[in-house]
Ligand binder design. Structure first.
Ligand code: SF4
Length: 435
């Protein structure tokens, strides 16, 4: 199999990993001789570097052969897909070739499990080692690690990469037993704990050496992340958000990626037939954002009584409507933490309001200048020239203003065929069969 075909297979297999998303752009090709440029560079996706720059990465698997049988994964051993494998040196060469052509600035490398976890990790590490040591590659490297691999190997992976990640895939032990019987949550958490210590130690060393000549020693990935699959099992949003809370708090993860389950070719029978609504993934990201940047606790966003997020409105508005007694908030007096909780006020605008009010009382005009969504904040704030007239405005009325308008349901679920118009009149979804 030639390298191009391998790349097509292994880049396609890697697209299900959302911890570095966006391999889905439309392909344009100039290899026929007309036009200039091509988006057909399989496996190129975008990610964000630690300093916030958007960078393009070669996102690929070392192999899609795997001895595990995770039900949600297209690469599981019982899946009937075409298999391919790169050698470590083939990936090194591809990365360097793409880099020299200015297609990419880094590499995102994952792999199915070949032989065993340690052997696979050794192959993945060899790619990163060779890039760094043999070719002095300074580009970005993100390695996906395998929790079952030995701690020494996971640490080694961190030494050659900028970011490492371990996918926990499903948020609790029970779901993992059903959908990924070879995986184990405590083992994953243990590996994450070790990585956290290594990252913190490396940070200490970097701080101590700041300003001095500091090559190799003390280098380690600057962050770890993970991915969970949403909608493959019946876990609630509460389970997902509590798990994320735990991962951010106890393991200092940089990011948890929520990837809506998408039905795969040749699916396992225990998987749902339909994908969950994409809006669920979006709401989870919004809730996650509230926990990371707005000081919310998972228990405030979802509860035992309401374990799933409201899909019609964003989680901050939903929380504010459940806690109307806190509002309206006087934006000229409230502390920053409370301003963060006002629907329609982002972190940066809340901070700007605190600065402005040192010099003059904040009015609605100031909010307009800051491009705040005035329609959204009005029911929740007091400003120098505004006091919500109708405090009695029911939460339901506010919710209705922001929720999508109800739609007429489709009536023609079973359209008659021209050949068989009688189907239309049977009154049965199965048409003539039941008549
Ligand atoms: S270990 Fe990874 S590649 Fe293998 S089946 Fe599970 S999710 Fe897929």
């Amino acid at each position: 199999m030639n390298t191009q075909r391998k790349l097509e297979i292994l880049a396609d297999a890697a697209k299900y990993d959302a911890s570095c998303a966006s391999s889905g752009a439309q392909r344009r090709d100039s290899t026929s001789g007309t036009g200039v440029g091509s988006t057909g560079g399989a496996g190129i996706c975008h990610s964000y570097a630690p300093d916030g720059r958007c960078i393009s990465l070669l996102k690929v698997l070392l192999t899609n052969r795997c001895i595990y049988d995770c039900h949600y994964c297209i690469n599981r051993r019982s899946s009937n897909v075409q298999r391919a494998a790169f050698s470590a040196q083939e990936v090194v060469k591809l990365t360097l070739d793409f880099y020299k052509r200015n297609y990419i600035e880094g590499l995102f490398l994952s792999s199915g499990i070949i032989r065993n976890a340690d052997y696979t990790m050794e192959q993945v590490i060899e790619v990163a080692r060779s890039l760094r040591e043999d070719y002095d590659f300074h580009g970005y490297i993100h390695l996906k690690t395998i929790p079952e691999a030995s701690v020494e190997l996971i640490e080694k992976a961190g030494e050659f990469s900028d970011r490492i990640s371990i996918n926990i895939e499903l948020p609790d032990e029970e779901s993992l037993k059903t959908f990924a019987p070879e995986k184990n949550l405590p083992r994953t958490r243990k590996a994450m704990g070790k990585i956290r210590h290594k990252i913190e130690n490396a940070e200490e060393i970097r701080k101590e050496r700041k300003g001095r000549n500091k090559e190799k020693e003390g280098t380690f990935a600057t962050g770890q992340s993970t991915q969970v699959i949403v909608g493959a099992d019946d876990s609630t949003d509460q389970t997902f958000l509590r798990r994320s809370d735990d991962l951010y708090g106890n393991y200092k993860l940089r990011r948890v990626y929520y990837s809506a389950f998408s039905p795969i070719p040749e699916p396992s029978q225990i998987l749902p037939i339909k994908a969950p609504p994409l809006i669920r993934e979006h709401r989870l990201y919004q809730a996650d954002w509230l926990m990371r940047f707005y000081g919310f606790d998972a228990r405030e966003i979802v509860s035992d009584a309401q374990p799933n997020l409201d899909l019609d409105i964003d989680p901050k508005l939903s929380w504010a409507l459940r806690n109307r007694q806190i509002f309206p908030v006087d934006i000229n007096k409230a502390d920053l933490a409370l301003l963060y909780r006002v629907p329609g006020l982002g972190v940066r605008n809340a901070q700007r309001i605190v600065k402005i009010r040192r010099y003059s009382a904040v009015k609605l005009e100031d909010l307009i200048r800051l491009r705040v969504s005035v329609k959204k904040v009005l029911p929740f704030i007091i400003a120098a020239n505004h006091h919500p007239a109708k405090l009695e405005d029911a939460s339901e009325a506010i919710r209705a203003r922001f929720a999508p308008k109800p739609k007429q349901m489709e009536l023609n679920l079973f359209t008659p065929t021209v050949e068989n118009p009688a189907d239309h009149f049977t009154g049965s979804p199965l048409g003539k069969v039941m008549s």
